[in-house]
Design a protein around this ligand. Structure first.
Ligand code: ASP
Ligand code: MG
Length: 284
């Protein structure tokens, strides 16, 4: 049985068209050597843009020009990556833009911005990035499809940093992935409640998603691809001779993450430790 690796790419690794092509190349190379499942964040800066769109919409401000900027940002990247007459990708992106616009329009000062409607709006970041990258990989002859994690990652209704029901999620992930032949391009950061409401796992939570899928699918390793070389001994903006640490225990990594090391989301270590799956941090 072929071993399976989880590769997770953060927003900084998918900042623009060049980065996205680079990431697709990494996936293409690794795909020759082992089974893969890919977990993605939103494109760089997109979650923050969505938060501010949600906030202005909820204040009753005119969000139209910021919304058009958001749409254009994704379309410009898609134009650089895909050929002019690729109407398929354009339709899929437009569907999300329309849904997002209608979600934003449904907010108003009377209704206030609940963490529930905020999570729904944040979900478009990962839905869009996985749509773009699964299409790109498919065109590079790696048949790929988006896996909307809301179908399988079950959480409570603590919107904004939901608690994951591990065993049920693991079972759903295994069942869902069992007979899928295509490469799964998974939306990080997202989950859903039992009754299907969108939840998020906390800012930077797509590392955690990678670990959840890794534990569910008995991955051999979980690779977190980012823009630094690993976990540092101290904050390099404060300590000049901070250096990367070669090996840490799950407990040490969790402590460092809790005390501010931004490179990895603290809860990431929980599912990985449960199955003793090594987490490897790599600079894309
Ligand atoms: N896109 C989400 C965020 O910006 C999740 C992540 O990037 O890990 O927080
Ligand atoms: Mg991160």
């Amino acid at each position: 049985k072929m071993e399976l690796k989880i590769l997770k790419f953060g927003g900084s690794s998918i900042a623009d068209a060049d980065c996205i092509r680079h990431v697709a190349g990494i996936i293409q190379d690794q795909n020759k050597e082992s089974g893969l499942a890919i977990v993605l964040s939103a494109l760089k800066g997109v979650t923050n843009q969505l938060i501010s769109l949600a906030e202005s919409a909820a204040k009753g401000e005119n969000f139209e020009s910021d919304f058009q900027g958001f749409v254009q940002h994704h379309i410009n990247i898609a134009k650089e990556i895909f050929s002019e007459n690729d109407t398929d990708i354009r339709c899929r992106l437009d569907d999300y833009f329309n849904e997002l616009e209608s979600d934003l329009s449904s907010l108003s000062p009377e209704l206030k911005l609940t963490s529930q409607s905020r999570d729904k709006i944040l979900s478009y970041g990962e839905l869009l990035s996985t749509t773009i990258i699964s299409q790109l990989l498919s065109q590079k002859n790696i048949p790929s499809e988006q896996l909307d994690a809301r179908k399988v990652v079950l959480t409570d209704d603590n919107f904004g940093s939901a608690y994951v029901h591990y065993q049920k999620s693991y079972n759903r992930i295994r069942t869902y992935c069992k007979d899928r032949k295509k490469l799964q391009i998974i939306t990080g950061f997202l989950g859903a409640t039992e009754d299907g409401k969108t939840t998020t796992l906390g800012r930077s939570g797509s590392d955690y998603s990678a670990s959840i899928f890794g534990a569910a699918l008995n991955a051999s390793t979980i690779e977190i691809w980012t823009n630094v070389n690993g976990i540092l001994s101290a904050d390099p903006t404060i300590v000049k001779d901070a250096r990367t640490i070669s090996y840490l225990t799950y407990k040490e990594a969790m402590e460092l993450a809790h005390s501010g090391a931004k490179v990895i989301f603290p809860a990431t270590m929980i599912p990985a430790k449960y199955k003793e799956i090594p987490i490897i941090i790599k600079n894309a």
